[in-house]
Ligand binder design. Sequence first.
Ligand code: ZN
Length: 141
Amino acid sequence: MSGVEFYYREITVRTERLYQLVDITREVERAVEESGVRNGLCLVYAPHATAAIVANEHESGLMEDILRSIQSNYPRRAGWKHDLIDDNAAAHLGSAFIGADRVFPVINGRLIRGTWQNIFLVEMDGPRHRRRLLVCVLGQK
Ligand code: ZN
């Protein structure tokens, strides 16, 4: 039995709108392949306080629904105290409660996800030149 290996890869994403879903599934799956890990876990992490990671269907209507529900759950300029500092409290709240990370199983060298579960960066404070994402794969080769 071999030991546990750790691999990580940084992905950078440019966003174009204030709120946007960016499909990063292909990049994450590529990182899992490159890792050579056969069985383990894949963490997708956004080291940002105003972005999040979700897994769901890549269907344009649903993608708009997801963004609309985020904006209705965490409305902009709703009297948040942080808005007095830099006017993006809604994005911080979205990031805090949706979460800036997701974990997926890796089995037999493949990232496991549902047919209707693509992986998205959720931009809530765009546009941004450079959103960094970390894909960490931990497991046995
Ligand atoms: Zn802020």
